[in-house]
Structures are given as structure tokens and as C-alpha cells.
Design a protein around this ligand. Structure first.
Ligand SMILES: [Zn+2]
Length: 336
């Protein structure tokens, strides 16, 4: 299929290579669908989507230039840009993305020289994720859930109520919709920033990282969008952790969560406890530990085996999420 510019005069404004990429994307999507169908998977019908549906456009090779604070796209012209970080490597292409708020983002694809691996620390850590705290690790660190969400969540609530009061199709409704979309984007950005920094900390300090193999998606249903964004944090965290660990020469090992919270990390015996019990008190060996810290030790031992000598337990150090976010925190630089 070929889109002839003469048949669609409005397409004259679009650069030919970008049209090629749209076509290419469309066809590769159709191909992927037909492969699924051949395998007996149920697939829906193709529907026509209007121009507003395209959230991304790909520019490759020589169709654009970046000059200082300007992005020059062929057939479009100059667009002022805000450069978030310096571009290193050979530029291969660019993806223009439109968010629901209407803001445009350009992601520059570069080809880099392979990054040198970080020196391997050879250290292992177990991580337990939870609802009460973001995570607890075997070194006794307990990261609190980020508080900055709360403010954004509050704002989302206010904006949602405002939007619901606006007349459908009105200009004010559109303005309210954009404001709400911006707030959601902010939530996602804040969350991702936190997760990137926290996962980088673990990937650069540990070679073997043991985590629970969680199926979090199954735990929570029927939640609103803002809650869903936060619920997706664990999955996103493990995903970031895996690729950062890999590029640092390390590995993330997922362990079956069976018995993680109930077993005693010190003697291995089962100590049943309710959801509300925050302290693990073992009647057999007498050990007393924070519930999540005990769980993190069990995760570590599930991968490395239980040590013959009982491990030296550490006092818990509760760390506010803001410490991770602020640049230059001891957790961003400290090694050891
Ligand atoms: Zn015990």
C-alpha cells in the first residue's frame, strides 16, 4: 500500500520518510496480528482511527537537525525545545510523542559505544517489597513510600471533580481535561524518577539482587487510574532493576514468595502471623525482627542458602523516599 501525496493533498505537509515509517509500523502491526491469528489466538477487528490517534511519529536519519535549543524537522520547521540531558553518541533517529496533555516530547535515539561495566561488587542483597513500606532489604534499609504522591493525588482528585462539572464538548471541559492529564503525567514522572534512582542504587552496589516473584497485578482490581499507576510501581521497579543490574554486570533473581513472611529467617521454622503483626517473634529460637526485614532475609536465603551461623542482624534504618530523590544523597554515591 502506498499513500500517494497527490491523492491526499493534506499529506503534502508531512515528510515522506515519516509517512514511510507510519506505513511500516502499520504493516508490521498487521503482520504481528496475523501471526497471532495463525497460532489460534483471538484477535479483534481492525478499526479506522483518525489522525488524532497517532501518538508517535518516527523521524530517521537525515530528516531532522538539532541546533542548540531548536529542533528542525523537515517540512515542519523549527520547534523550540527544552533539552533534558546532553545527547551523547551518534544520532540515529527521533520519535515525536504527544502526551494526552498535548505536550510534545522528542526522544532522540543514539548509538553509543558500549558502556564499560561497573566494577563488580560481588555483594548480594535480598529485597522485600511491601504495602506499608516501599521496600526493606537485608542490610537493614527500609525505604518509605514516597510522600510526594499524596500532593499530586490530592490535586488529581480536585481536577477530576472539576472536570465532571464541565459541560460536554465545551472549551472549558477541554481545558480541564488537559489540566487533569498534566497531573497524571506528573504522577508518572515522579514515580519513575523515584524508581530510576532507587534501582540505580541497588544495581550499582550489588551484583546479585534477590527479589520476590510477585504477581502484583492479581492483587488489586477495580482501582482508579491514579491508584493503578502507583500499583504498577513494583513491576516497573523490578524491570528497571533488572536492566540496570544487567548493564552493571549483575543479576536479579526472582524467588517464589512461598513462606517468605511466615518462616523464621533465623531457624527456618514456620511462625504464623496475621497481616497486622509487624514484628516477627520466633517462639523457637527467640529472635525478634521487623516483619519485612525477616522476609527480606528469607528471600536472600532462598537464593543463596541459609548460612550455618545465624546472620548478624542489623538495626533497621528507615529512609524517607525524599532522600533518594534529592541528588547527592549518600545513597546515590556511597559504596559499600
Ligand atoms: Zn526462629
Amino acid at each position: 500500500m502506498e499513500l500517494k501525496k497527490t491523492e491526499k493533498p493534506e499529506l503534502k505537509k508531512v515528510h515522506s520518510k515519516v509517512l514511510q515509517m507510519v506505513n511500516y509500523q502499520l504493516w508490521s502491526n498487521i503482520e504481528a496480528l496475523s501471526r497471532l491469528k495463525q497460532k489460534g489466538k483471538k484477535i479483534g477487528k481492525l478499526r479506522f482511527k483518525g489522525a488524532g490517534w497517532f501518538k508517535t511519529l518516527n523521524y530517521n536519519q537525515s530528516d531532522f537537525r538539532i541546533e542548540g535549543k531548536k529542533l528542525i524537522l523537515s517540512k515542519v520547521g523549527e520547534i523550540p525545545i527544552k533539552v533534558h540531558r546532553p545527547i551523547k553518541g551518534t544520532i540515529k533517529g527521533i520519535i515525536i510523542k504527544r502526551e494526552k496533555s498535548g505536550r510534545l516530547f522528542a526522544s532522540v535515539q543514539v548509538e553509543n559505544e558500549p558502556q564499560p561495566l561497573l566494577p563488580s561488587t560481588g555483594k548480594a542483597v535480598g529485597i522485600d517489597v511491601g504495602v506499608k513500606h516501599f521496600l526493606t532489604d537485608t542490610e537493614g534499609r527500609q525505604f518509605e513510600n514516597p510522600r510526594f504522591y499524596e500532593k499530586t493525588l490530592e490535586r488529581i482528585g480536585i481536577l477530576q471533580r472539576k472536570l465532571s462539572k464541565k459541560r460536554k464538548g465545551s472549551e472549558n471541559r477541554e481545558k480541564a481535561r488537559v489540566r487533569l492529564a498534566c497531573a497524571y503525567e506528573r504522577l508518572v514522572n515522579q514515580r519513575n524518577d523515584f524508581l530510576h534512582k532507587l534501582s540505580r542504587f541497588y544495581a550499582s552496589h550489588y551484583t546479585i539482587i534477590l527479589v520476590e516473584d510477585l504477581r502484583i497485578q492479581n492483587l488489586v482490581r477495580n482501582r482508579n487510574l491514579a491508584q493503578k499507576i502507583l500499583d504498577a510501581s513494583w513491576g516497573k521497579f523490578f524491570q528497571l532493576l533488572s536492566y540496570k543490574a544487567e548493564s552493571a554486570g549483575g543479576i536479579v533473581v526472582k524467588k517464589n514468595p512461598g513462606g517468605t513472611t511466615q518462616d523464621c529467617s533465623n531457624c527456618g521454622r514456620k511462625v504464623p502471623k496475621t497481616l497486622g503483626e509487624r514484628i516477627h517473634r520466633c517462639p523457637y529460637c527467640g529472635v525478634e525482627l521487623d516483619r519485612d526485614y525477616n522476609a527480606s532475609l528469607n528471600i536472600l536465603y532462598a537464593g543463596l542458602g541459609r548460612p550455618e551461623e545465624p546472620a548478624e542482624t542489623r538495626p533497621l534504618q528507615v529512609i524517607p523516599a525524599s532522600l533518594i530523590i534529592e541528588a547527592g544523597s549518600p545513597f546515590a554515591t556511597a559504596r559499600g
